[in-house]
Design a protein. Structure first.
Length: 256
């Protein structure tokens, strides 16, 4: 028996109080790669893979998909997500990630204290990534946990400015010339973002990252462990990795 204050998980059962709700976000409009959230990658719609990652996580009890697209909604629902239809004002180029997630949580009547945010255009992420993020969120008492990857050869020390006359100046003055001498630097890779409910609903118009809270933690991924698909090259990379890692079943299809 479930009461009015109980969340129902993706299996139709009461969700434990210590689990998180995953919100997968996917807009229908994409300029870099049209229809990217439903493009087939490894034989399945891209959005479906994020839904499957969320369902497989032991720390996730409920899986929502926030979208304004019919095809995205159909694919996500077939994969096991609850669909939250996003209003037009939260689906244009100016809408923020956190506003869409807040809408999904409120519109679904969700009462969880922890939210996992997943981008629908990331078909490849480590199998334990979501659980690692939620575990750290709980054990550290942080407001948010985000995954990061090393910047590699695109280190900020080696970036530069180029003016209208094509003159080059260093972004920052430094004397490091060898890669092995560069200080460690990481960039958010989009693989996962876990936040507390309190942080998510702490809205500050002057700070677009207020929803990450004050205590922000990170988990590290190896280079290439997360593939964020924004263009055709990213899609080719994802296809190549899945072809390498997912065995082909005789007669067609892939293993899982």
């Amino acid at each position: 028996m479930t009461g009015p204050e109980t969340n129902i998980d993706h299996r139709g059962e009461p969700a434990p109080d210590d689990t998180a709700t995953a919100v997968i976000i996917g807009r229908a409009g994409s300029k870099g790669l049209p229809g990217k959230n439903t493009r087939l990658v490894g034989g399945r719609p891209m959005i479906s893979r994020s839904v499957e990652h969320a369902i497989a996580a032991r720390t996730v009890g409920r899986v929502l998909c926030s979208t304004d697209g019919d095809e995205i909604a159909d694919a996500a629902e077939r994969s096991g997500a609850e669909i939250v239809r996003r209003p037009p004002e939260l689906a244009d180029d100016h809408a923020t990630v956190d506003s869409a997630v807040r809408h999904a949580i409120e519109a679904s009547g969700d009462r969880t204290g922890r939210i996992v945010i997943l981008y629908g255009n990331i078909p490849i992420r480590p199998a334990d990534l979501i659980d690692r993020a939620v575990d750290l969120l709980v054990s550290s008492g942080a407001d948010s946990v985000q995954s990061y990857s090393p910047v590699g050869k695109h280190h900020p020390y080696w970036t530069c400015r180029m003016d209208d006359d094509l003159r080059i100046t260093q972004w920052e003055s430094n004397t490091v010339h060898r890669r092995q001498d560069l200080p460690s630097a990481f960039i958010p890779d989009g693989g996962v973002l876990a936040v507390t409910r309190g942080a998510l609903f702490n809205v500050d118009p002057a700070d677009p990252h207020a929803f990450l809270g004050e205590d922000r933690r990170g988990i590290r991924n190896p280079a290439g462990a997360v593939v964020d698909v924004d263009d055709e090259i990213d899609l080719l990379v994802a296809e190549a990795i899945l072809a390498r890692d997912e065995p082909v079943i005789p007669g067609g299809g892939h293993g899982s």
